[in-house]
Design a protein around this ligand. Structure first.
Ligand SMILES: Nc1nc2c(ncn2[C@@H]2O[C@H](COP(=O)(O)OP(=O)(O)OP(=O)(O)O)[C@@H](O)[C@H]2O)c(=O)[nH]1
Ligand SMILES: [Mg+2]
Length: 445
């Protein structure tokens, strides 16, 4: 087992006033450090059991009366000796204890170092480690559930199964290459193709769950777009329920994108107001419009807004776009009925008078459900995982689409794909990849 010779510590709970705060100390000197802090030669402390002790600074002044838990290696989160000190949640106590730990030669942890140590000691694979980060940052109950599933190894097991199938296929190929008999070759190729086909299908399914995963953990990105003056900012303000965006009757009022996180019905979302789309020579407006276009590309759901005077409402059949006609308060019921007949599938609202907003919220909810509901089994949790899965797909897919029969080529690409799977689970991962994974963590996890 890999061992970190250095002992490090971090505050694992947010800094501030609270009933308790937790400082974790990890490494070979963790227990010795606790003895020093408590001024004792020996403590009656057992794995995963709490004890109550007084801790002191080097001048023998009492720092606090604390509950402490000892996790003996290798049964701890990190796989190394780990001590948790639960102090009273006062910043002065935390600062004094931190200062004392530094004096005792315990260094501060880097972001994600506890989880990175757990990974390096084989306590979890990279997918589980990444899911810990997501678990902390998830903004909804479903996001927490899916991250938790991955932390306990749900995704890992599924991926391991897929990798094992490829290993069996490679076994068949290598056996065939050694004793090559033409008749068997056809059966082998058929079986190998079947496995590769299944793997590609599985990889594509996992890839398609990426958007659902992002929505459940970070919230859907909902972008309001349309021509200037259609009432985008008015709708934005109506949905967030305060006057955040500037509204005027001058077309081209909104120049930059404005976003705000909120809960729409039960869904966590990030709502984005954008600059109106129109041809322009104005440099500032042009830049704003470029941003609008980027936002539309990155959106999970687009709210495409028109006002009823727009001559021809060209309705492109874009995925996850809701088409809305605004300012219906200016119409009499006869004209509104006519407009509704002419534009089936549109949502009709008055952002100013807050009419039709409930119906719009319902449509947004349906849209979120459509994207997230069909993907309830396995979830991607990072861009890194997505990139690696794309690599596996591009290694294997051509073999089935080209109906590749050359056994050596089949073996070569299958072997490569197996190697990439190891990358995904983090069994063979370059240091820079690890750094980028763990730098996103908070200190103390
Ligand atoms: N009658 C009526 N007027 C509205 C409604 N929604 C917006 N308006 C008016 O339309 C004008 C433009 O509204 P904004 O919300 O600034 O429009 P926008 O789409 O954000 O415009 P840009 O930022 O310039 O692209 C303002 O005078 C609003 O008061 C509505 O539902 N009914
Ligand atoms: Mg605006």
């Amino acid at each position: 087992m890999l061992e970190n010779k250095e002992t490090f510590f971090a505050l694992s709970t947010p800094m501030g006033r609270s009933a308790t705060a937790t400082i974790r100390i990890n490494g070979e000197k963790a227990l010795a450090t606790l003895l020093q802090l408590s001024n004792k030669k020996k403590l009656d402390i057992k794995h995963a059991k709490n004890i109550l002790v007084n801790i002191y600074n080097k001048n023998n002044d009492l720092i606090d009366n604390v509950v402490t838990t000892y996790y003996k290696k290798p049964k701890s989160y990190t796989g190394e000796d780990l001590i948790e000190i639960h102090t009273h949640g006062n910043p002065t106590i935390i600062n004094t204890l931190s200062k004392e730990l530094l004096e005792l030669g315990v260094r501060p942890a880097e972001p994600g170092e506890f989880t990175k140590t757990a990974y390096l000691n084989g306590k979890m694979d990279l997918i589980q480690a990444e899911s810990v980060l997501l678990l902390i940052n998830s903004t909804s109950a479903s996001g927490v559930n899916l991250s938790l599933n991955n932390v306990v190894g749900f995704a890992t097991n599924e991926l391991q199964k897929t990798k094992n199938n490829l290993i069996s296929a490679l076994g068949l190929l290598e056996y065939e290459l050694d004793i090559s008999e033409t008749e068997n070759q056809t059966t082998t190729t058929k079986n190998v193709h079947k496995t590769i086909h299944k793997t590609v299908k599985n990889v594509k399914r996992i890839l398609s769950s990426g958007q659902a995963s992002k929505i459940l953990t970070s919230g859907a990105r909902i972008v309001i777009c349309g021509e200037p003056n259609t009432g985008k900012s008015t709708l934005f303000n109506a949905l967030i329920k305060h006057e955040r965006a500037i509204v005027t009757d001058i077309p081209g009022t909104t120049r930059d994108t404005i976003e705000e996180g909120l809960i729409l019905n039960k869904n966590n979302v990030v709502l984005v107001d954008t600059a109106g789309l129109r041809p322009t020579k104005n440099l500032v407006e042009k830049k704003g419009i470029e941003r609008t276009k980027d936002e539309i590309k990155n959106a999970d759901i687009v709210l495409s807004l028109f006002d009823f005077t727009t001559k021809e409402n060209k309705r492109k059949n874009n995925k996850n776009t809701l088409y809305i006609i605004n300012k219906v308060d200016l119409l009499d019921s006869h004209s509104l009925n006519k407009l509704m007949k002419q534009n089936p599938g549109f949502v009709f609202i008055s952002a100013k008078e807050k009419q039709g907003i409930d119906k719009l919220l319902l449509e947004i909810e349906k849209c979120v459900f459509k994207i997230t509901a069909k993907n309830n089994s396995l979830f991607l949790t990072s861009k890194r995982q997505e990139n690696v899965l794309f690599q596996i797909q591009s290694e294997l897919e051509p073999l089935v689409t080209n109906n590749e029969t050359n056994l050596e080529l089949l073996a070569h690409h299958t072997k490569k794909a197996i190697g990439i799977f190891d990358n995904l689970l983090g069994k063979t991962t370059a240091d820079d990849v690890l750094d980028s994974v763990f730098s996103g963590f908070c200190v103390g996890k």
